[in-house]
Design a protein around this ligand. Structure first.
Ligand SMILES: *[C@@H]1O[C@H](CO)[C@@H](O)[C@H](O)[C@H]1NC(C)=O
Ligand SMILES: *[C@@H]1O[C@H](CO)[C@@H](O)[C@H](O)[C@H]1NC(C)=O
Ligand SMILES: *[C@@H]1O[C@H](CO)[C@@H](O)[C@H](O)[C@H]1NC(C)=O
Ligand SMILES: *[C@@H]1O[C@H](CO)[C@@H](O)[C@H](O)[C@H]1NC(C)=O
Length: 545
């Protein structure tokens, strides 16, 4: 009897709690039609529309280069190759030249071509200062204008997102539109950790595709860590031979060149991180001598962070960094510097003697290490470090980018900015908090948070951007794509679109706009159609693919 009661209670209790009596049928948030993510800065749409014919063409009017022709090939496939929406139920292809009845007053004919005017020669490589602005008009004569190849890439993505399928599934349509667009922050990144779980090249390339769909421009490759060392070094092959999880779980030079080239074609920079002196256990499989022996009760208990007092440490790092920097063309290089096990350093008899002899404490050792390591980087490098390096008082060049990731981030950002350094913000954007939703990430803007506390607008440009961080403990090759997308899309939109009209707001100002719930549904379906298995953003719904 009790059993029946429990079953009854579980069933109806649940039923009642979810308010199912009140739930209407259909998706929770119906997707929009042809709305762009991240939202353009200025966008005017009309009710008149054009239909996409199967012989649609891009037409290059001025400068061109391999990046542009490659992009046109990709977007031709997406737009004409039926990646816009579900296949028509009719036998003709969706974009077929079916005669359109002219009874619809808003129908303006076919959109036969898009003229692309790139007014300056292409740059070879994406970089921190790159110009990503563009203007796009969809009308009886449709035009994309940009003075940089990077802006042209962003504009092509926007153009592809404007199309939608008519309700009868017969046509691909695009409304009359005028867009003038540019990013708010220069550095819009995604950190991917490929050490805690190995992520295949295929999924890294997919991640870059998804980043381009979200106008993100920095792939922060946290390539090695304590658990495994998948980077295959030519100079130090033992590092991955002994430090990778498995001989198949490595990134060769060819793999890395492929990632960089794929990213370059999408206007995405690739910044490698070799996190030192902590997070280096996997280095010790090949080079135990560079790590510190940690002690407990006078007995060695295992290896901890890199030993900052050994000459061999710096010889290896110098040669390794030189090799890595020859491979990765970006001027920025991340040397980590977070979560150093200072207690291990304080337990080691040699380091105790060293500290006594030189009148140092453990944080001074950390500072000493970073002071020795940063000059090992190539001369024109801009170093990126986790906030601990700044917090522990290492003297850093003014251009050093400080990545803020801990609690009390507002006061940390203000302190960093007041000392003339630049901030990269991540604290609120840990995708590895798997129960956080896209709306949680959407409710944080670093410049706004700082401006709410201090009155000084001149400090704000020092916050150059941010990164969504996907640490790899609980994601592997099978779930990484859908755990990142579309949650990282929220970060992408804050960094690209959020209005820069700084006033003091209360935090409600950062609540998600109502229309974004519908727009992200369309965007998630769009990602799925283009091969990115995004998870449902907000609840019940469907995508026709
Ligand atoms: C696009 O055009 C359609 C058809 O005229 C219209 O119903 C819709 O409201 C337009 N969309 C926008 C955002 O104006
Ligand atoms: C885009 O349009 C705006 C406003 O009309 C103009 O100021 C800007 O120079 C244009 N940008 C390009 C790249 O043509
Ligand atoms: C390390 O290098 C310094 C400076 O070149 C030198 O004075 C010192 O003797 C070296 N230590 C060892 C253990 O080789
Ligand atoms: C940087 O330049 C200085 C002075 O020209 C030189 O001594 C040093 O070796 C260079 N460092 C690297 C890593 O190339």
């Amino acid at each position: 009897m009790l059993r029946y009661f429990v079953v009854f209670y579980l069933f109806f209790g649940e039923f009642y709690a979810r308010g199912m009596w009140l739930t209407p049928p259909g998706p929770k948030y119906p997707p929009t039609k042809g709305e762009v993510w991240p939202k353009p800065q200025i966008e005017v749409k009309g009710k008149t529309y054009y239909v996409l014919p199967s012989q649609f063409k891009f037409k290059i009017m001025d400068q061109t280069c391999d990046i542009l022709t490659n992009a046109i090939a990709r977007y031709s496939y997406i737009i004409v190759g039926n990646k816009i929406g579900p296949k028509a139920r009719h036998t003709e292809p969706v974009s077929g030249l079916r005669p359109i009845t002219n009874t619809d007053a808003f129908y303006k004919g076919y959109l036969n071509e898009l003229e692309i005017t790139l007014t300056s020669p292409c740059e070879e490589l994406p970089h921190f200062e790159m110009d990503e602005s563009y203007n796009l008009t969809v009308s009886s004569s449709s035009k994309l204008i940009s003075s940089s190849i990077w802006g042209a890439l962003r504009g092509l993505e926007t153009f592809a997102q404007l199309f939608y399928i008519s309700d009868d599934h017969n046509d691909v349509r695009v409304n009359e539109t005028m867009i003038s667009d540019f990013p708010r922050y220069k550095h819009r990144g995604l950190l991917l950790d490929t050490s805690r779980h190995f992520i295949t090249l295929r999924n890294i390339l997919k991640t870059l595709d998804a980043m381009a769909m979200n106008k993100m421009n920095v792939f922060h490759w946290h390539i090695v860590d304590d658990q495994s060392f998948p980077y295959q070094s030519e100079r130090f092959p033992e590092l991955s031979e002994r430090g990778a999880y498995d001989p198949t779980m490595i990134y060769t030079k060819d793999d890395i060149e492929r990632v960089i080239e794929y990213a370059r074609n999408r206007g995405i920079r690739v910044i490698p991180e070799f996190d030192v002196p902590g997070h280096t256990a996997s280095w010790g499989n090949a080079y135990p001598g560079i790590l510190t022996e940690c002690y407990e009760n006078g007995r060695p208990i295992g290896l901890g962070p890199i030993d900052p007092t050994k000459n061999m440490t710096y010889k290896i790092l110098r040669d390794l960094f030189k090799e890595v920097q020859n491979l990765f063309p970006d001027k920025y290089f991340h040397v980590g510097g977070d979560e150093v096990d200072l207690e291990c350093w304080e337990s080691n008899p040699d380091l105790i003697n060293y500290m006594l002899a030189n009148n140092l404490i453990a944080t001074d050792l950390h500072a000493l290490f970073m002071r020795n390591v940063i000059p090992l980087l190539a001369n024109n490098t801009t170093p990126v470090v986790w906030q601990e390096v700044y917090d522990e008082g290492v003297t850093l060049s003014k251009d050093t980018l400080i990545q803020v990731w801990k609690y009390d981030w507002i006061i940390e950002m203000i302190t960093v900015l007041m000392t003339g350094h630049r901030v990269l913000f991540s604290s609120s954007w840990y995708l590895s908090a798997l129960d956080s939703e896209w709306t949680d990430y959407y409710a944080a803007d670093p410049r706004q948070m700082v401006y709410d506390v201090i009155d000084d607008k001149t400090l704000l440009p020092g916050i150059v951007g941010g990164e969504a961080c996907m640490w790899g403990e609980m994601v592997d090759n099978r779930n990484v794509i859908n755990r990142v997308w579309p949650r990282a899309s929220a970060v992408a939109e804050i960094l690209w679109s959020y209005q820069d009209d700084m006033k003091h707001y209360d935090s409600r100002r950062l609540r998600v706009p109502r229309e974004a719930y519908n727009r992200i549904e369309e965007h998630a379906c769009r990602m799925i159609r283009r091969g990115i298995d995004a998870q449902p953003p907000s609840g019940p719904g469907f995508c026709v693919v």
